[in-house]
Design a protein around this ligand. Structure first.
Ligand code: ADP
Length: 462
């Protein structure tokens, strides 16, 4: 079963509130009843003490007699309060006895109270118990009083109403607190779920291709805030990807148009008989086709690198060894152009993607070879500082003018288009170099001047 977050939260809060209120009601009920029982027991002890006290006042020390009228009044009053008295003097002679005085009332009292208590407190099992007390004046015993009363305590009608009223009030407080907690719970659940609902709505917009959608709401729930920020970041990154993709498509179309038009016009001229299909002309068309297919494979690499999801397969690799194998790969061209290529310096290990770093060095060395005239010099140097491992490749070739220098890492940028057409460059190689090095957390820079040669420097963080 699936629930909405709001429902789930509200239900949990309501359940916790219900449980709390229930426990508080049960405990307070038990506690109130127990306290009240204690109060009633101490009250009957107090009553007995008062009866004894008032009886002792009816004794005359001088005549050694009791005031019979007052004793009778006290006895009858006690009887109406639920106490059956029997007063004896020191010799054991009965001064006053409720049962002899008014047997019927006594029996009625016993049966009424027993019956009432059976009804009011069924589990109590109370009964009339008689207790003997000394009656004293100035600490001298003047007689003995037997008090028969309902034990352990008796609850009158008003006592019962009081306890019931108290319990009703407690229950009422419980019900009100329950309602308030549920309302607060619903409000709180809504406050928490609203920003999540908004985030879901924006995520759906993003999924529908609206990358400019963004969550501007603020919340003080840390996790939800992080979720919102992540969604915003996701939208931003998708937007960037989209722009790159569109730009790339536009650039590719632009770059492909020129060679395709050249090919088209040349082939049409030959088909229409305007041009003789000489081997030179066919060779030129073939060169153009080769250039196009190289551009396509360059674009393929660039697309992979720039799509941002280039998964780097990091491993410990030795830059020196890679440089050496790259140089070996270009041996034919190096020999053809009679170039002097050297590798010197440290043999540092770095954590990097071997194939990608290989590609970087291939691009840099192929440029150096391309843009360096015959008998030129190419020096590869490896060094390290406290923070970085540095790879540099320096040639004494044609160099790059100051005006071109800031743009050479941009894709399709070629310093001198006509010159590059001859050398077969597409202007993608350095863009790939930059993307790969950036993805490794490194930096690429260049020092060059027209006719002064160029030096490309790669810095890898340790
Ligand atoms: P390309 O395929 O045209 O060589 P790159 O992106 O590799 O594309 O290089 C961009 C431009 O930078 C080149 O067209 C060239 O003008 C310039 N360049 C790159 N490397 C060198 C170098 N070693 N010497 C002179 N110019 C260079």
């Amino acid at each position: 079963m699936k629930f909405k977050l709001k429902t789930k939260l509200s239900m949990t809060i309501a359940f916790v509130a219900l449980l709390t209120v229930f426990l508080i009601s049960v405990f307070s009920n038990v506690f109130v009843n127990r306290q009240f029982k204690g109060y009633k027991i101490s009250q009957s002890v107090q009553n007995a003490r008062e009866i004894i006290n008032s009886l002792s006042l009816q004794y005359s020390q001088s005549t050694k007699t009791w005031d019979a009228d007052f004793v009778h009044t006290i006895g009858m009053q006690a009887l109406s309060d639920g106490y059956i008295l029997k007063l004896k003097d020191n010799s054991g002679k009965v001064i006053w006895d409720a049962e002899t005085c008014d047997m019927t009332s006594c029996l009625q009292l016993v049966s009424r109270m027993t019956l009432e208590m059976k009804e009011r407190s069924p589990g109590m099992n109370g009964k009339f118990i008689s207790t003997a007390h000394e009656v004293t004046v100035n600490q001298v015993k003047i007689g003995e009083l037997e008090i028969k009363s309902f034990s352990p305590y008796y609850l009158s009608e008003s006592d019962l109403i009081f306890v019931k009223g108290l319990n009703t009030i407690l229950l009422g407080i419980g019900a009100i607190s329950l309602m308030i907690s549920i309302l607060i719970g619903i409000w709180f659940a809504r406050r928490l779920s609203d920003p999540i609902l908004k985030t879901i709505a924006v995520t759906k917009q993003i999924a529908g291709g609206n990358y400019s959608a963004n969550i501007s709401d603020k919340t003080n729930t840390l996790e939800v805030l992080e979720l919102m920020e992540s969604v915003n970041m996701l939208a931003e990154s998708l937007d960037k990807q989209e722009t790159i993709r569109k730009q790339l498509t536009a650039d590719v179309a632009h770059e492909l148009r020129t060679p395709l038009t050249t090919l088209q016009t040349h082939i049409e001229a030959m088909l229409e008989g305007v041009w003789e299909p000489t081997p030179e002309r066919l060779q030129s068309c073939h060169d153009e086709v080769i250039r196009l297919s190289r551009m396509v494979s360059d674009l393929d690499s660039l697309a992979k690198v720039e799509s941002g999801n280039m998964a780097l397969n990091l491993e410990k690799i030795n830059l020196y060894d890679i440089a050496k194998s790259v140089v070996l790969g270009f041996e034919t061209q190096i020999v053809d152009k009679m170039l002097d290529v050297s590798i010197e310096g440290k043999h540092p290990d770095i954590y990097a993607d071997k194939d990608r770093i290989h590609q970087v060095l291939v691009n840099l060395l192929s440029n150096a070879i391309k843009y360096t005239p015959d008998r030129g010099r190419i020096a590869i140097k490896l060094s390290e500082t406290n923070e970085n491992i540095i790879f540099s490749i320096k040639d004494n070739g044609i160099g790059i003018s100051e005006s071109d220098l800031p743009y050479i890492f941009e894709r399709f940028y070629r310093a001198d288009k006509s010159r590059n057409r001859m050398t077969g460059g597409s202007g993608i190689g350095l863009a790939i170099v930059k993307s790969i090095i950036t993805a490794h957390g490194g930096k690429v820079s260049v020092k060059s001047g027209l006719n002064e040669g160029s030096e490309f420097i790669l810095e890898f963080p340790r």
